[in-house]
Design a protein around this ligand. Structure first.
Ligand SMILES: C[S@@+](CC[C@H](N)C(=O)[O-])C[C@H]1O[C@@H](n2cnc3c(N)ncnc32)[C@H](O)[C@@H]1O
Length: 224
């Protein structure tokens, strides 16, 4: 199957033989791949729209396979019980949406050992919320698809204190030298620079933080 590198990376984050719920499954191609490769022992492919869910069903029916898959129409994890899954994937969505889905389901995470998220924006908020829900960062991978940078973060059960920079730029910001991460830092630097120039009140908290981040990011990039 021709699966994107982004979705393959997400698949590689899943604990072997896990019972996966894929929130926002869309086409269901990730689910087909993780069942074909026995990464998952069971999958709940979930979406809040009939259209994507039907497309996922079609993709499964094409191969006439008998994989242990269930298709569920649900807003976030609303229609799923905590004992039906032990790993969650939420990929290719805005960070606020991902964080809200997990906050809404905070009482259903007792059996969850891994959460793999792939926000397209608001990365810091996603880290902060999932960390507060009792999970620690295991790995982070930056990736570019259709000219857009996103990050794939794997969380596992556990507590850890993340400092402000780790929340903002990722847990491995001081050691990650991967191409897409460096590109991400450069774009963040540009954003800070724009903010500092745009806001007239140079004493505002926003400008001061952006100015500090700018210097920090430049130093980080110089080291790489
Ligand atoms: C851009 S697609 C991403 C598909 C796939 N996960 C990927 O990464 O390629 C986002 C999907 O999430 C679904 N979605 C968005 N918000 C949702 C929610 N609150 N609950 C369930 N599904 C949701 C959309 O209907 C859509 O099919």
């Amino acid at each position: 199957m021709n699966l994107s590198i982004r979705l393959k990376l997400i698949a590689s984050c899943l604990p072997y033989s896990s019972r996966v719920v894929d929130v926002g499954c869309d086409h269901g191609l990730l689910d087909l791949y993780i069942l074909e490769n026995r990464i998952a022992s069971k999958v709940i492919a979930l979406d809040n729209k009939e259209g994507p869910l039907n497309q996922a069903r079609l993709n499964f029916d094409k191969d006439k396979n008998t994989y242990p898959i269930e298709f569920v129409l649900s807003e976030g994890l609303e229609k799923v019980d905590a004992n039906e899954f032990d790993a969650i994937v939420i990929a290719g969505m805005g960070g606020n949406n991902i964080a809200n889905i997990l906050l809404e389901a905070k009482n259903k995470l007792n059996n969850t050992t891994a959460i793999i998220v792939n926000p397209t924006n608001n990365f810091p908020y996603v880290r902060k919320v999932i960390n507060k829900l009792g999970f620690k960062i295991h790995s982070e991978d930056y990736i570019m698809e259709s000219n857009k940078t996103s990050v794939i973060i794997k969380f596992v059960r556990g507590t850890e204190k993340l400092d402000a920079r780790q929340i903002k730029y990722g847990k491995f910001y001081d050691v990650d030298k991967s191409y897409f991460f460096v590109e991400y830092l450069k774009s963040e630097l540009k954003l800070c620079d724009k903010l500092v120039r745009k806001i007239p009140d140079k004493t505002s908290k926003k400008v001061i933080t952006a100015a500090e981040d700018k210097i920090y990011l430049q130093t980080l990039l110089d080291k790489i």
